[in-house]
Design a protein. Structure first.
Length: 217
């Protein structure tokens, strides 16, 4: 019995160390804490993905929808989203799922091709659809930005691959936000904060216009 308890303790310590070494553990731990205090009610609008969602602090007010639950974490790639999917999406019972992710995959390395991004997204989407066969899924396209404009070709190609793939799923919507954020073929200059990557209120106003009907229909 004593050996059994020691083995369990070692296993627990090993798991804890592994989790803490994984990127975004602090963010995931914060989500767990929030859920332990007040678990989101079933039927929520769930945002998952990276910082363009995470930093949308006024989402509930913008969409006049108090059911929005934001489980995006800054810097996340599709691989990170897949790794933490049990914590940020699978354990909930949402009405709709909105995804913004893939941009950081491209930015992480020149070796990450559009095909790699697509394969990662397809893996995530397959898991979500198996777990939530009837729930609408909305994918917001990778956005353009001044900082990452040199990566535009890979980003646009990834958007095309994902968009074409989602046409086979009638309960999925692809939102082309890319074109809406361009002016004269380049990213608008006044819709970003100083880092030229993340959006200001003018940028989010563009997203709001495109997503409002999907969130509140």
């Amino acid at each position: 019995m004593k050996k059994y308890l020691i083995a369990l303790l070692i296993l627990f310590i090993s798991f804890s160390v592994t989790a803490q070494q994984k990127p975004f553990w602090d963010e995931i731990k914060a989500f767990r804490t929030q859920d332990s205090i007040q678990k989101p009610e079933d039927g929520m609008i769930l945002f998952i993905g990276s910082s363009s969602f995470r930093l949308w602090k006024t989402a509930k007010e913008d969409f006049q929808n108090e059911t929005i639950v934001n489980r995006a974490f800054g810097g996340a790639t599709l691989e990170d989203l897949i790794y933490w999917q049990n914590d940020v999406v699978l354990k909930y019972k949402p009405k709709k799922i909105f995804i913004y992710c893939g941009e950081n995959d491209i930015a992480s390395s020149d070796k990450v091709t559009p095909e790699i991004v697509f394969d990662r997204y397809k893996k995530l989407h397959t898991t979500l659809r198996n777990h939530f066969p009837e729930i609408p899924i909305v994918f917001v396209s990778i956005k353009p930005s001044i900082l990452r404009w040199s990566m535009k070709d890979r980003m646009m190609a990834a958007n095309v691959l994902i968009s074409n793939y989602l046409k086979q799923d009638q309960n999925t919507v692809y939102v082309n936000i890319w074109d809406k954020m361009l002016e004269n073929g380049e990213p608008m200059k006044d819709i970003f904060i100083e880092d030229k990557l993340h959006m200001n209120s003018k940028g989010y106003a563009i997203w709001k216009k495109e997503l409002y009907p999907l969130i509140n229909e």
